[in-house]
Write a new protein. Sequence first.
Length: 617
Amino acid sequence: MLEYRPEPYAYMADYGPNYAHDGNGDWKKSGILGRVLEKRVGTLGIAGYLSGDRRYFDKAIEIMMASAEASDPDEWYGHLQRADGARGYAIGYDLLDPYMNDHERSIVRKEIDKVASLLYDYNGVWSKSLPDANSQNHTAVHYGALGLCALVLGDKPEWQALATKRTQAYIGHFIDDTGYGTEGMDYTNYGLLGVVPYAVALQRKTGVDLLAEQPGMHLVPDQMIWKMQPWGNEVIAMNDAPTTLGSSAGLMYLISHYQLREALWAWLQIEGEEGGGSFGGGRKNERADNRPPMGDGLSLPFVLLWGDSKLEPRAPTELSHHFSSGRVFMRDRWGDPLGSLVSFTSGIDYHHAHNHSDENAFTFSALGEEFALDPGRYPKSTRSHNAILVNGMGQINNDSQGRILDYKESDIAVYVKGDAKEAYTPAPDISDQDLEVDTNLPRLGIAERQLLYVRGEQPYLLIVDNIQTEDEAVNEYTWLLHTDNGNAFQVFPKELRARIVGSKRGALCDVNFLWPKDNVVVEESDLSNAFLPENKKMSTIGRLLANHYKELTATTTAKNPHFIALLVAREGDSVEPVITTEGDAKKMEVHLKFSNGATDTIHVTPERITFNRALPR
C-alpha cells in the first residue's frame, strides 16, 4: 500500500472496468467501492500503530486527502458506497487525528459532515421500519457508518440517535432464534462489519451495549461452523454468498466476547494457516463474482483488535444441526478433510433480496470432493440448484420459501423432510431480470422431499420426492444434480445411473435412480450454449452456465414422478455396494450390501423413510 500513488485518486486500479455500473470504469458509479477507501486507510493506520513507522500514517493521510479532492460524496453511487466511504473517513479520522495537522483535520471533518448528512437525510427503503429492510445488511452498513460519523464529530446527537435506532432494528431482526442470518454468511458478515464497530465504539463512549439486545448474538458464528467444508478453507455457498467468509472481523468480535471455542476452531480452519491464510483479510471469491479482496472492506485490523489470544480453539462434537429458519447440516466427523458434509435447505429468508429459488435443495461433499454443490451468487434459479423443475420451470425467486416438516438423528443416520409447495406457486415477480418467468407455472399440490444421510466408510444419501400439481395432470419433471466443474460425469442411461469422478482425489459418487424404472431419461446437460438470463453486472462469459457447474438430469412425464435417487460416495479403488430393491414408489424396500458384510435396509414410502443396519457376525 505504501507504493500506491493516490493522485489522481482511483478505486478502479483494484477492480477493473467490469465492476463499474456504467461499464466504463468510473469508480463513482460503482456501489461498493467505498470499501476500498476504508480498507486502505484503516489497514495503514493500524499498521502504523503496530510498527511505529510514521510512513504508514503519512500514506493513509495522503490517501484521505486525495479521495476528498477527487470528488464530493454527493457524486458517489448510492447509499452503500457513501456508507462504506463514510466508515473509511470516520475510522481514518479516529486513527490518524494525532498525526494530522489542522488543515488536514478540517478537510476530513468536512468530508465526514458531507457524507454523513447524506446518510442522515436519506429517505429510501433502508430508512423504513419494514421486515425486509430491518433484516438486511444495507441497514446495518448505512446506519453503522452514520453512527461512527456522529461519534467522531461529537456534535451531532440527532445523527447518533437515528443511527442507534436503525442499528437496533437490524440487530433485532437479522437472525432467526437459532442465530442463522438468512442472507448467508458473507452478507451476514458484511452486516456485522456495519454494526459491530459502531456498537463497540458506542459502548466505550456511553456504556450502552447494543449487541446485548439480541439474545441470539452468541449463536451467529454457528452458521460458519456448520457450513465449513470437511477440508476447511471453504464454506458451502448458499444464496448470494460465496465459499469464503468475506469480512469476518465481526465474527471474531463475537467469538472473543462470548468465548466461543468451537467457533474459533472453525474460523481458524477456514481463515487461518490451515485454511485460506488471510486471517480475515479478504480473499478472492471464485464462485461469487470473482471480486478482489479489497471488496471485503476493513477486516484484518479489526481481527487483531478484537481477537483473544488466550482463547483456546476446540473442535465441535455434535454432528448435525437444525436452524429454525429451515436449514439442516449433517456430517460424520470434524477435522478430517475426507469427512462428509450434507446440507438441506427448505425455509424462509427474512430479507428476500438475496434469496435463491432453492427450497428442498441439497449439497453433498465427501472424501475430499464436492459432488453436489450450490453454485453461489448469480445462478439464482431452481435450474441451477439440486432440486426439481416442472415443465422446465422452477420456483419463484425472492418470494420462494419452504419449511422443514421433520428432522431426526440416530447414531449413524440423519433424516430430514422438507415442503417446497409454496415456493412453486406465488405470483411471479416479472421485474426480476435474473430469472425465467412463466405466469402459467402449474400450481403444485404436493412438493415434498425426504433425505436420508447415512454415515460410514461409504457415506450415502437416499432422496425421495413426492411432487405433483393440484389438478394431478401429467407434466414433465426434471430432477437436477450439479457438480463441481472439475469433476466428470460417466452416464449409463440404460441402467438409469451415473457416476461422478472427483477431480481432487479421484473419489467417486454413484448416482442410482431407483424410481421411476422406465420412461425416464438420465443424461448430462450440454451447457456449452446455455446462459443465465441477462444480467448487466456480468459479462457474457460470466453468464455461461458451463462456467458455474456440470449438470446431470433425470427427466420423466407423469402425474407424480416419485423420484427415488441413491447417491453413494466411495474411494476410486473400492467395491461398490450391491443395491437391490423390492416394491414400488408407494412402498419400496432398498437393500445395500457392503463389501465388509454390513447390510442396510431402508423402508421407503412417500410419507416417511426408516433405516436399519445389520452388521456382519
